[in-house]
Write a protein that binds this ligand. Structure first.
Ligand code: CP3
Length: 344
């Protein structure tokens, strides 16, 4: 393996033959690692994302420790929103909190277009990382319009997304205008990372599983498609992920990604049937299984790798992010097992 283009991750995403099943973990860079907690001591989350040396160190930590097949860029989905001037903070143990929630047409004025000049620290961080990573691919990412809208409209994390849905169903024109702006921000944020050298990008629509499929297609899909289309000319494979999206999988595929993320509620076998064999898949170990005794975890990891062999491409991952209290040694062991069982 000589360059990220030839890596198992990029090849699997492109449905090309691989030497082994590639593996990485959502939230692999974060609180499960003592070395992360040490370097983050006393530095706020948003501030951390604006310091290229720190971003580089944190992004590299899980690559060094676990031997994963890709690095996920250390940042957050709300970083580009803060960059264009939205007053928000990321509160430890809570998540993104927006000072003034978005509810009216006048609020659109608080969401200007994102240009690379808004995020010079992202370009610099990606460049530093690409130089350090060598043949290991860097995955850039952005939040998808629905998930970003949920934080803006609710003002913070939400279980039921009631204000978001009230706006979406109650004022569809404003909803579409808001999502069009978010699609621009999201797409431009992906493009900045791809332009600086990221080898793949992932669009996170973490909370879109809250919608039925017909409404997803009407209110969300066109905007996610716009965000993904922003990198169409960059020759980087794209991954599209959400939680609780079993019913939405075929529609999420049609947004234009190469890889569809599968959460743990749907088996890879069922997901492949729903997707009609057209996409590579990523997933789908339940992050809570990392707390189970090794034999139970091993059985599940082996089963997922085997199911993935039927896919046109399979990237092993969790069904959602690493939980902060996960034992990092278990993650390392899972990587070793996936590489062993997934060898071709
Ligand atoms: O390895 C990685 O994946 C790190 C990069 C990363 C972060 N956030 C760092 C982070 C990525 C890809 C994200 C994306 C993100 N942020 C998503 C989509 C992925 C998902 O989990 O569904 C979402 C929904 C957010 C919004 C957000 N930011 C949440 C829900 C939280 C957790 C709040 C908490 O403290 O429990 C954050 C903060 C955040 N983003 C942390 C990290 C490492 C924790 C902050 C800290 O360590 O102080």
């Amino acid at each position: 393996m000589t360059s990220p283009r030839d890596s198992a991750l990029v090849r699997a995403a492109r449905k090309q033959p691989v030497t082994h099943t590639p593996v990485w973990f959502m939230r692999q860079a974060g609180r499960s690692l003592p070395e992360y907690r040490a370097v983050r001591e006393g530095v706020g989350m948003l501030e951390s994302c604006r310091r290229p040396e720190l971003v580089t160190e944190i992004t590299l930590q899980p690559v060094r420790r676990h031997g994963v097949d890709a690095a996920i860029f250390f940042s957050d989905i709300v970083v580009p929103l803060a960059a264009v001037g939205v007053d928000l903070d990321i509160v430890a143990g809570v998540g993104p909190v927006v000072a003034e929630p978005f509810r009216t047409r006048a609020d659109l004025d608080r969401l200007p277009e994102l240009t690379p000049e808004h995020v010079p620290y992202i370009t610099e961080s990606v460049r530093l990382l690409v130089a350090e990573l060598g043949a290991t691919p860097l995955i850039g990412f952005a939040g998808a319009p629905f998930t970003l809208a949920s934080y803006l409209v609710e003002g913070g994390p939400s279980k039921n997304h009631e204000h978001t849905k009230a706006l979406m169903y109650g004022d569809p024109r404003l909803w579409h205008d808001l999502c069009a702006r978010l699609a621009q921000v999201s797409g431009a944020f992906l493009d900045v990372q791809a332009a600086a050298g990221a080898s793949a990008v992932q669009l996170f629509d973490s909370w879109v599983g809250a919608l039925p499929r017909a409404d997803y297609e009407e209110y969300v899909l066109p905007h996610s498609r716009t965000a993904l289309a922003a990198v169409a000319g960059r020759d980087v494979p794209t991954i599209h992920f959400g939680v609780g999206t079993g019913e939405l999988l075929p529609s999420m595929g049609s947004a234009g990604a190469d890889v569809v993320g599968v959460d743990y509620r749907v088996s890879l076998t069922d997901a492949l049937a729903r997707l009609g064999g057209r996409y590579a898949v990523q997933g789908n170990l339940d992050p809570a299984l990392l707390f189970a005794p090794w034999p139970a975890l091993e059985t599940k990891v082996r089963a997922i790798v085997e199911e993935g062999r039927a896919a046109p491409g399979h990237i092993f991952n969790l069904g959602h992010g690493v939980l902060p209290s996960t034992d990092p040694d278990v993650l390392t062991r899972v990587v070793e097992l996936v590489h062993e069982v997934g060898a071709r």
